[in-house]
Design a protein around this ligand. Structure first.
Ligand SMILES: Cc1ncc(COP(=O)(O)O)c(C=O)c1O
Length: 367
């Protein structure tokens, strides 16, 4: 029986990648911002429509360093959501900041902007919100709130590479936005992360934070980390960037088929497209809410046929055991997120997923 995983990495041809990395055998410059790194940064500026772009070893360190760059006082509060990868919450907590959980909305599962202001205290310094599955947060309202209260806005755009709002790159909203380039993402560099920054000075500091805090060969101004992307990853990024629009178009075909087959079915909820947003079809989440089988049962039925869907995001980050003792979060404060986490299943989605594969998956669900 054919195995269908929830995702499958896209790759350039073997020849294309080999051609891209060939020069590394001459230069012997394998990391530390070499030629591939710089070329990749430049090309990304064009694609993402953002000027200040930093590359990282992975999405998580990209977010952690981005938050660090703003120099928030330890113990300050950051408004965020629990319906995200644990990376988002970890990045806040590992910076010595306190995550304050806002609920999500049940239209696109991003932060409920109408609930943010109630959570602001004199300790609040930032809003860290996730563009969940590539669906964008209410960037306009969030910015208004941030401006009114003097807060920074940092987006976890891990899922949102290539997404635009009214033709404008999603990375240009807020003070910073992080894209994950993990092998399973729409766009990848094997492991990797990209962060876009509004402010040039913050961007320069990030450059130093990414490299142990070195400000020159003989001075280290920050207690920091090594978060550098290497040349092989940058080369993979250069190759994949040539094919990204094709990648998104193929995913769109699969997504359309899922929608054709699953929309309007009682007890199955899909997320509607957002107006003015170019989607990247990074995931295909389905919410089983009042369907004849529950989410766990559907997941098990699919697995019997070698189709592996994922409960993404489950559990919520405010119910993770690593936070239980010291933080005392309560899931009761985020009931919509809780319900989403209990009903969601992300179905297989990748560029090579065929219409026949989608039909097979839908047949199992509908039967
Ligand atoms: C929402 C979100 N944030 C952060 C990350 C972390 O990215 P990475 O795996 O590149 O470290 C992920 C990874 O899947 C994610 O889904």
């Amino acid at each position: 029986m054919k195995k269908i995983n929830v995702t499958r990495s896209s790759m350039p041809s073997y020849e294309e990648y080999c051609e891209e990395i060939k020069s590394l055998w001459d230069s012997r410059w394998l990391s530390n911002r070499g030629a591939k790194h710089r070329e990749f940064e430049e090309k990304l500026q064009g694609y993402l429509g953002a000027e200040n772009i930093a590359l990282f070893a992975n999405g998580h360190v990209a977010l952690e360093v981005a938050i660090d760059a703003f120099g928030f006082k330890k113990g300050s509060e950051v408004i965020t959501t629990p319906y995200t990868h644990c990376s988002t919450t970890h990045a806040i907590a590992r910076n010595g900041l306190i995550p304050v959980f806002c609920d999500i909305n049940d239209r696109d599962y991003t932060i409920d902007a109408d609930k943010i202001e109630d959570l602001i205290t004199d300790k609040t310094v930032a809003i860290v919100a996730t563009h969940v599955y590539g669906y964008v947060c209410d960037v306009k309202k969030i910015q208004e709130i941030a401006d009114k209260h003097g807060l920074k806005v940092i987006y976890d755009a891990a899922h949102a590479f290539g997404v635009t709002i009214d033709g404008v790159g999603v990375g240009t909203f807020g003070d910073a936005a992080m894209f994950s380039c993990h092998a399973t993402k729409v766009f990848h560099t094997i492991e990797g992360g990209i962060t876009t920054f509004k402010n040039k000075e913050i961007y320069s500091k990030v450059d130093q934070l990414t490299n142990f805090g070195f400000t020159s060969h003989e001075s280290v101004a920050y207690v920091s980390t090594n978060a550098r992307m290497n040349e092989y990853e940058a080369a993979m990024g250069l190759c994949n960037l040539r094919h990204i629009d094709d990648e998104i178009a193929k995913r769109e075909e699969a997504a359309k088929r899922y929608v054709e087959r699953l929309s309007g079915v009682e007890g199955i909820k899909l997320i509607a497209p957002q107006e003015g947003v170019r989607q990247n079809y990074s995931y295909f989440p389905v919410f089983f809410d009042g369907y004849k089988l529950n989410r766990n049962e559907i997941q098990a039925k699919l697995a019997e046929s070698q189709v592996f869907a994922r409960k993404y995001f489950y559990p919520l980050t405010n119910e993770l055991e690593c936070y239980a003792q010291d933080y005392g979060f309560s899931v009761a404060s985020t009931p919509i997120a809780k319900h989403a986490a209990e009903t969601v299943l992300t179905l297989p989605m990748y560029a090579d997923l065929t219409i026949e594969d989608v039909d097979l998956i839908c047949d199992i669900i509908l039967s």
